[in-house]
Design a protein around this ligand. Structure first.
Ligand code: AMP
Ligand code: MG
Length: 456
């Protein structure tokens, strides 16, 4: 059993980010929203494109107005009006001004804007009532961005502000990383799919839904392979199929002590290297992490050739749909596929995804290093928190902002890792470190935010 941080370090070291050339595609700008920029963008435009006015007012020569005040105003001749979008026609000479509107091009000769509120207009003359600062309200060409410099850097997730910048730079098509493909398979003879009648002793495969949502939220494509029976050959074949088509494979269930031996054998038979077998985390201890080198010929066909079936309960159609929806334009020619054997308990599966899978997914996606780790915020706990002190514990609840400071409210009801009901509505996992058995209400704690995956 290794500590959480060590597990995180090992996992991140196993991930090779998508390749900026091989794993990228050009998309029309709006279709690229939420995707991650592959390579930096430069523009041959300056921002602003030309000297222009930041206010409605008059473009003047500073020397003409530097000494004026309400008591000794200066009157200038208005030689033209320059609306936004028009090129000035005249040069402003001494004793002259041009009426100018926000964003309009500065006329030659003028170097300063006097805002409208400090002027008095009378026909084709304007009286300046206060001295401006030199070059007041002039936005100089290239003051915001100089052509040829990097405009946006690689690894940036494209949201509204980046959209605006790319549109302004006339980038109608942008190069973004492809979305990682993550295959989910649920193991357990007790599991049925959402639309099947429940017999005594059976439960619905809810992990598939929670994991698919988390994967989508993280910007990746979930491929749902459905339920796999608790049987080594079925599991082996399902994992083999999954490895052929994915960047990451997630199985849930079947990795607790009783089942463990055969999972390890299966992973070894498929050529996997096991890096992690258990982590000192609660919930989530039986976490398995393995890597598989990519094979040119594919493992799925090989396993299929032996006549095994992966599905326990007639989920062929669902699998076919899942495979079809996967973005298969990109061959998976990267170095290795990462396999996570998550614990089956719904809460354990969710916690281990957020704590260990999501950072891997974020590194794989092309995000910069500062965005890989989960976000922990300091919060004041509203209630006493308890743990056995032996493992790093994650207690689910709600983070709220009160007067700009976070407060953590523990979810009501049972904190058994099998209870998924009181997970609903939560947005944070309070951390009780190893060695601590009790944190008093009012103390400051770290809370890991969940469900914020689209930010970087
Ligand atoms: P396991 O890790 O296979 O021993 O499973 C631990 C617990 O989680 C058992 O009570 C399972 O019924 C439950 N479980 C396993 N897989 C799922 C799943 N996909 N959805 C919901 N519960 C599950
Ligand atoms: Mg099981």
């Amino acid at each position: 059993m290794i500590p959480v941080e060590q597990a995180e370090t090992i996992i991140l070291s196993l991930v090779q980010p998508l390749d900026v050339e091989r794993d990228s595609e050009m998309l029309p700008l709006l279709e690229a929203r939420g995707r991650i920029l592959a390579g930096s963008v430069t523009s041959d435009l300056d921002f602003p494109h030309w000297d222009n006015s930041a206010m409605d007012g008059y473009a003047v020569r500073y020397a003409d107005v530097q000494a004026c005040s309400a008591e000794s105003p200066v009157t200038l001749a208005v030689i033209e009006t320059i609306p936004a979008g028009y090129q000035p026609q005249c040069v402003v000479e001494a004793g002259q001004a041009a009426r100018i509107l926000t964003g309009s091009v500065m006329p030659a000769g003028a170097d300063t804007i006097v805002i409208q509120e400090e002027t008095q207009r009378d026909g084709d003359q304007v009286t300046i009532l206060a001295a401006p600062q030199p070059q007041a309200f002039v936005r100089k060409r290239a003051a915001f961005y100089q052509s040829g410099q990097p405009l946006l850097s690689s690894g940036l997730r494209l949201q509204a502000p980046e959209m605006a910048v790319l549109a302004a730079a006339q980038c109608a098509q942008v190069k973004v990383y492809r979305q990682p493909r993550v295959t989910i398979l649920s193991t357990g003879d007790e599991l049925v799919s959402i639309d099947q009648p429940l017999q005594s002793g059976e439960i619905v495969d809810s992990n598939q839904y929670a994991l698919a949502s988390l994967i989508t939220q993280a910007g990746a494509i979930p491929i749902r392979l459905g339920v796999v029976r608790d049987e080594p050959e079925a599991l082996k074949q399902a994992i083999a199929i999954a490895l052929d088509q994915s960047d990451i494979v997630l199985s849930s269930g079947g990795v607790s002590v009783g089942d463990y031996d055969y999972v390890e054998d299966i992973l070894a038979e498929l050529g996997g290297n096991i890096h992690i077998r258990a982590v000192a985390v609660k919930p989530g201890k039986p976490l398995t992490v393995a890597t598989f080198e990519q094979k040119a010929e594919g493992r799925g066909q090989e396993a299929e050739g032996r006549g095994q079936r992966a599905e326990g309960r007639g989920q062929e159609a669902e699998k076919a749909r899942a495979l079809e929806s996967a973005d298969s334009r990109f061959p998976l020619s990267k170095a290795a596929t990462l396999y996570f054997g998550l614990p089956g308990n719904p809460v354990s599966a969710l916690v281990t995804f957020c704590r260990f899978v999501e950072p891997a997914l974020r590194k794989l996606s092309g995000l910069p290093e500062r965005a890989w780790k989960p976000t922990f915020v300091r919060a004041k706990t509203q209630v006493d928190l308890r743990s056995n002190g032996k493992r790093e514990s994650y207690l689910w609840g709600h983070l709220d902002l009160a007067d700009g400071l976070y407060e953590f409210a523990l979810a009501g009801g049972s904190h058994s890792s099998g209870n998924l009901i009181n997970l609903a509505g939560t947005n944070g996992l309070a951390v009780v470190p190893i060695g601590k058995t009790h944190i008093s209400s009012g103390e400051s704690i770290y809370v890991m935010q969940i469900g914020r995956s689209l930010q970087s």
